[in-house]
Design a protein around this ligand. Sequence first.
Ligand SMILES: NC(=O)c1ccc[n+]([C@@H]2O[C@H](COP(=O)([O-])OP(=O)(O)OC[C@H]3O[C@@H](n4cnc5c(N)ncnc54)[C@H](OP(=O)(O)O)[C@@H]3O)[C@@H](O)[C@H]2O)c1
Length: 169
Amino acid sequence: MLQKPILSEGAETALRREMEVNVFGLHRMMTAFAPRIAQAGGGTIVNVLSVVSLFVAPFNATYCCSKHAAMALTDGARIQLRKQGVHVVGVYAGFIDTDMARSVGGPKVSARQVAERTIEAMSGSRDHVFGDTVSENIWQTLRKDSSDFEAAQQHAWDTGATPWGSASS
Ligand SMILES: NC(=O)c1ccc[n+]([C@@H]2O[C@H](COP(=O)([O-])OP(=O)(O)OC[C@H]3O[C@@H](n4cnc5c(N)ncnc54)[C@H](OP(=O)(O)O)[C@@H]3O)[C@@H](O)[C@H]2O)c1
């Protein structure tokens, strides 16, 4: 996550890097593994997406672009692979307590919780896994009406306020 707004110095470089890892890397992994999983009788591909697959946070918008695209890859592959017995799961979370979020001061969900919820979803054949309440609430909110949420992002950008509520698990 390179913390670049869409129109900022270095944004194109950041966008290319994030797309390379989060989108083309994901695509290469699925292309390599899906036929083997199908051949072996079926299984699950888990793609770790993000809460910012669901909306654009203006401060790290290039990362959000890559995570939106990663969600589209995940949703497309799920449809394509279902009949081959390959279940494709998308995982969403706010901040997870890993190296990547080391510099984040606010609350973070544990990697263990995200993993446990993912395993639970795999056995229940659910397509979307919410690793924390932040992602679950945002998913529900956006499905009802996204206009307030988008206005909050605009407000965050205009005022420098926190783009979404506190990240609790
Ligand atoms: N942490 C969060 O707050 C958070 C929230 C939502 C979603 N996510 C997503 O969760 C996933 C895992 O991240 P994490 O939190 O576990 O972060 P992490 O602890 O920093 O781990 C990132 C992993 O990605 C690998 N990696 C980085 N650049 C790579 C590259 N160019 N090619 C191949 N591998 C590369 C790293 O490999 P090395 O160890 O070899 O460097 C490392 O294993 C990511 O997709 C991230 O976007 C994270």
